[in-house]
Design a binder for this molecule. Structure first.
Ligand code: ZN
Length: 532
């Protein structure tokens, strides 16, 4: 049923595809070749027992004058913490029910790095807890992977256990001492097209147990890039992220020379720092004491707002297509149709479908659509207390954050049912409430023609159109809706694009520019609909 399930194996694909795909055949040949080269030029790599794809065909060309850097058992460079005097281990503060021990380094004069690690790891612990009713334990440790040339690299290894399994994961952060900025690993790459090229490369190199549909050029997936002592780029994924957890660690090595054209200037400096052995390195104090370390806008981070589109411009007629209760099995087909017309949409997702189709969530994000919260279990929020409302919104915020790194700004109450309590909790959570101006009733009338007609009849500048991407008839109708709206000259945008900057807690029915007064909002819509 679920074409994206990590359990889906692609064992049959390669043999049948290979004769028609010379590139793949070459790639396979190179993998075999590089294995031979490796086995003659390097000591055995213990990680080769696990899942490995390796294309380091030019290993051993470098003639380093400095002694080479040390490597961890997983192949990435390691610097002893003692080489950075005064480095202390700190522990993330946690008050909750899981068994949590997460440590990170506090390096003298690297306060922005310390603050960044504390904030990021705290967020990750909370997201693990919130996304996962079976959360049991979360452990995190660290090693330095580079220290020199004004750069410190920290590789964090986490081990999370829920009621199902234990998964190990890695993330590598790169601190620039000159300006106090922390780059995620995608910040080593020159830009989005380089990340996309790396993603394509990884798709070619990963073993059959990895589905190509799991791989998208988003920063969260590429959050652990590092280097071998020879300067090859190592891409590593978390357990269960792109293949079944039982397959172990999936990683891909891209040859130094080939990776060169993908790296940013900072990435090239990071490589030099990582591949040099370190006697002692002292961090120079960052110039701005109040710098929080973050570096927004890195490759693989997407905004639901396109700066090129201005819905306030009277010549631009904007309409927001919204899809609730998914993702569904045919959502990828809908994404194809949207892409064909350069259209954007908003997906109000719920808990179980997100867990079932995580790779569709990644793709939705990577293609510039908006993800928004439609609760974990689709209750009538107006019947719940504040704690209940929060308990149904928090897990979905956490699920989407874990898949994409994106913190959602919008929610839609199931059935459009809201009240003052929902308004207060959503305001606290930074979520605007999004209703609709056009109801296609697609859940009730499962006829594509009828659904398309209602959507198109209701379409006007500023309209928010309600549909559900879990119904076949809605997917069928959407082909017609998107084609026709495009032909009529509408720009299909995300809800955040339509509304500008929606206020948390406030409820919106549309983005019609001259909205007369706020009292027209359906504050207490107690719709009889069963499946909004
Ligand atoms: Zn719904």
């Amino acid at each position: 049923m679920n074409v994206e399930s990590p359990q889906v194996k692609q064992q049959q694909d390669r043999p049948t595809m290979a004769p028609d795909h010379p590139i793949l055949t070459v790639a396979i040949a190179l993998v075999v070749l590089s294995g031979l080269v490796l086995s003659t030029t390097r000591p055995p790599d213990p990680s080769e027992d696990g899942v490995i794809a390796n294309l380091a065909e030019n290993v051993g060309m470098e003639t380093e004058e400095d002694p080479p850097a040390e490597a961890s058992e997983e192949g990435t460079t390691v610097v002893e913490a003692a080489a950075v005097p005064g480095t202390e281990e700190t522990t993330v503060a946690y008050e909750g029910d899981s068994d949590v021990t997460v440590t990170y380094p506090a390096i003298p004069d690297a306060d922005p790095l310390t603050d960044f690690l504390d904030r990021t790891l705290t967020d990750r612990v909370h997201a693990f807890d919130a996304a996962n009713p079976g959360a049991a334990s979360f452990e995190g440790g660290w090693r330095l992977t580079a220290a020199g040339d004004g750069i410190v690299g920290v590789r964090v290894t986490t081990t999370e256990t829920d009621s199902e399994e234990t998964r190990e994961g890695h993330s590598t952060y790169w601190y620039e001492t000159d300006d106090g900025t922390v780059h995620g690993s995608s910040g080593l790459l020159a830009g989005q097209s380089e990340l996309a090229a790396l993603n394509e490369r990884v798709r070619e190199e990963v073993p059959d147990t990895v589905s190509a549909t799991s791989l998208h050029p988003i920063s969260t997936l590429y959050d652990s890039l590092g280097f071998s002592p020879e300067g090859d780029l190592i891409v590593e994924f978390d357990d269960g992220q792109v293949a079944p957890t039982s397959e172990g660690r999936v990683h891909v090595m891209v040859d130094r020379e080939e990776a060169e054209e993908l790296l940013s200037e900072f990435g090239l400096r990071a490589r030099e720092a990582a591949t040099r052995s370190v006697e002692e390195f002292t961090v120079a104090a960052a110039p701005e004491a109040d710098k929080d370390g973050s570096s927004p806008g890195a490759p693989g981070e997407f905004s639901p707002i396109d700066d090129e589109v201005d819905c306030a411009d009277p010549d631009t007629r904007c309409v927001a297509l919204t899809y609730d209760d998914g993702p569904g099995g045919r959502t990828p087909e809908l994404l194809d149709a949207l892409a064909e017309h350069d259209a954007k949409a908003t997906f109000f997702v719920t808990g179980h479908p997100v867990a079932e189709h995580p790779w569709t969530v990644r793709r939705t994000y990577a293609e510039g659509h908006e993800l928004a919260n439609h609760t974990l279990a689709h209750p009538d929020l107006a019947t719940l207390g504040a704690g209940g409302v929060r308990a149904d919104l928090d897990p979905v915020q956490a699920q989407v954050y874990r898949e994409t790194g994106y913190v959602m700004d919008l929610m839609r109450p199931p059935y459009g049912s809201t009240n003052d309590t929902v308004a207060r909790v959503t305001e606290e959570m930074g979520l605007a409430q999004i209703m609709w101006s056009v109801d296609t009733n697609d859940w009730k009338d499962r006829e594509a023609d009828v659904v398309a007609e209602r959507a198109l009849d209701g379409a006007e500048d500023g309209a928010i159109i309600l549909m559900h991407d879990i119904h076949d008839t809605t997917i069928d109708a959407s082909h017609e809706i998107i084609r026709e709206l495009d032909e009529r000259g509408y720009t299909m945008v995300t809800v955040s694009q339509l509304l500008g900057t929606p206020e948390p807690g406030r409820s919106y029915v549309d983005g019609v520019p001259e909205e007369p007064e706020e009292t027209e909002e359906p504050e207490e819509t107690e719709d009889a609909d069963e499946d909004d």
